[in-house]
Design a protein around this ligand. Structure first.
Ligand code: ADA
Length: 568
């Protein structure tokens, strides 16, 4: 089998990774990445893919355009496709000096087809712009509380495409107990002639045949798994479905699990579920967003070791390889499309709305088969208390419901009392920082606010008629500077954070119909390069229970004890 970045795998195709050293140039003078004479540019050095160019000493902190170039080889007459697993902030792709595609969906997986030619050696150029520009890239704003890096964050693959190329096989779980699943085979385009597929689940005796008629691009087939084993955090059993035609094949991985909500509870396989976890940014002080496999594995190990079973992938579509690891280790995930504090003007900006919808659809298409992803979200802390925002919350939720019924829908609100969009969510996710962003700045160590506020929030939801929806504390936390220890246990000390999170976790886990907590945040990460940083010592968001190098603060052991026993 080809070695591939993440599931799905395409064993019959030739797939090669384009990771490695590319020719590179950086320019602050290019005005428009979609209008380049790529052959005339002077590439000055080598830079690795994947990586963030503005994390390297030569370009650190700069805003401009990084242009990457390399040769690729495709047989004459052969169709091919590039798969981008995620980059930012926006990009344009050229082959042989011709613009093929450009997009402004930071972090999204993206496929770009390369038309066949009669030469085998082709010039591939990718221009990546990291300048904030609301017109060109409305999804990322300078004011976001995490650093907007420039570069190719995740791997790129080159697929040589057969004529009747398979896009994906989506696996919908019909009945976990009986092990019934529905496989939908999606082609890249309608087939020019009828095509037969063989379907086989690894480890199962039976093989199935399905026929796709000429002109069609989707076919469905129901299968039953003998002696079905469920997927859960304690026993993350995975199956692979192999779909093969005479020209192409795909291997998709999935798990048998059912997630639902009833009477204010979140249920996994019919049993009440308590989410204990963290918000995690893909972030490292030296690597930026381009974390690599080692860091992903380390992060999951640290969260598990703390007794966590849950990660909110704040605030963008996740690295597919990371989600593969979550599937394998039984980690539960809240995945969301990109957003941070969207304001009124975003909701009347057509391009912003279209891009959000597009990124959300892509997220579904990409993550459909991950059993770990139990919640889908969008628009973190948008103005969901304003009438003008309702249309987009409604639309996003209906898009998700139409595409995918295997996960619950939510979005994190910071306007808990005045929110107008709860009806569109299955789980009500609330970001709240009582005792940190305090109501009364004159109170010393206002820790007693924490428990009171969490109870008040639950009562408020009940009084508004949302008693049947589970509540999730999707963010709560306090800043601590690693190594700052203080007998007075004051703000910014590791002691204050530890005391704070003890309160927060104890109350959240004890609260009726609160399905869990995602601490803000897993580890410290770089943020604003503007004067907003005055609220953020070191220009880092310091609410990590580990610092940016994953060194635990006091709070780590405190949280571990509460997660283990419900007390300390
Ligand atoms: C918000 C936001 C986070 C982070 C946090 C904080 O809730 O969603 O991304 O900025 O506040 O640290 O204040």
């Amino acid at each position: 089998m080809n070695s591939q970045y993440s599931f799905p795998h395409y064993p019959k195709r030739s797939v090669c990774s384009l990771d490695g050293l590319w020719s590179f140039l950086f320019s602050e003078n290019i005005t428009d990445i979609t209008d380049l004479e790529t052959a005339a540019l002077e590439y000055t050095e080598g830079l690795p893919v994947p990586s963030c160019f503005d994390a390297f000493p030569a370009y650190v902190g700069k805003r401009g355009v990084g242009v990457y170039k390399r040769k690729i080889h495709i047989l004459a007459g052969q169709q091919a496709m590039l798969v981008f697993h995620g980059l930012g902030l926006y990009a344009a792709v050229y082959v042989d000096n011709v613009l093929l595609h450009h997009w402004a969906l930071p972090y999204s997986r993206q496929e770009v087809e390369i038309p066949a030619a009669d030469t085998t050696e082709r010039d591939l150029v990718i221009a990546v712009d990291n300048r904030f520009d609301r017109e060109r890239c409305p999804l990322f704003e300078q004011y976001y509380d995490f650093y907007g890096y420039g570069g190719i964050y995740r791997s790129i693959e080159l697929h040589r495409l057969p004529e009747k190329a398979i896009h994906r096989a989506r696996i919908r779980i019909l009945d976990t107990k009986r092990g019934s699943v529905r496989a939908s085979i999606h082609m890249k385009r309608p087939v020019s002639e009828g095509t037969a597929f063989t379907l086989r689940i690894q480890g199962q005796a039976s093989e199935h045949q399905v026929w796709l008629s000429r002109g069609e691009d989707i076919v469905e087939y129901d299968l039953d798994i003998d002696e079905p084993k469920l997927w859960s955090p304690d026993s993350p059993h995975l199956y692979t479905l192999h779909v093969e035609s005479d020209e192409d094949s795909v291997v998709e991985r999935f798990g048998l699990r059912e997630i639902s909500c009833r009477d204010g509870l979140l249920l996994l396989n019919g049993e009440p579920l308590t989410l204990k976890g963290v918000n995690r940014h893909e972030a490292h002080p030296q690597l930026g967003v381009a974390l690599g496999l080692q860091q992903s594995v380390e992060d999951i190990q640290i969260i598990r070791e703390m007794g966590g079973n849950f990660i909110r992938g704040s605030h963008y579509p996740q690295d597919q390889r990371f989600l593969d690891l979550c599937d394998e280790t039984g980690m539960l995930v809240f995945e969301e499309s990109l957003g941070w504090g969207q304001k009124s003007y975003h909701f009347s900006d057509e391009r912003f709305c279209e891009d959000t919808l597009e990124q959300t659809r892509l997220m579904v298409d990409t993550s459909f088969n991950h059993p770990s992803v139990i919640l889908y979200g969008f628009l973190n802390e948008g103005v969901s208390h304003e009438e003008g925002s309702v249309h987009l919350y409604r639309k996003l939720s209906s898009v998700l419901r139409a595409e995918d019924t295997q996960r619950m829908i939510t979005y994190a609100t910071m306007y808990a009392d005045a929110d107008l969009c709860y009806e569109y969510a299955d789980v009500i996710s609330i970001n709240s920082y009582p005792g940190w962003y305090a109501k009364d700045n004159e109170v010393l160590r206002p820790l007693s606010e924490v428990g009171k506020e969490l109870h008040r929030l639950r009562e408020m939801l009940d009084s508004k008629g949302y008693g049947d929806k589970p509540m999730l504390i999707s963010e709560i936390g306090a800043g601590a500077i690693y190594g700052f220890r203080d007998r007075m246990r004051q703000h910014w000390s590791e002691e204050y954070q530890s005391d704070y999170l003890k309160e927060a976790c104890l109350h959240a886990l004890d609260l009726d119909r609160c399905c869990g907590i995602a601490i803000w945040q897993y580890c410290d990460c770089r943020t604003y390069s503007t004067a907003y940083a005055l609220m953020r010592p070191r220009a880092f968001n310091n609410k990590g229970i580990l610092d940016e190098y994953r060194r635990p603060k006091l709070a780590y052991d405190t949280v571990k004890a509460v997660f283990a026993q419900g007390s300390v």
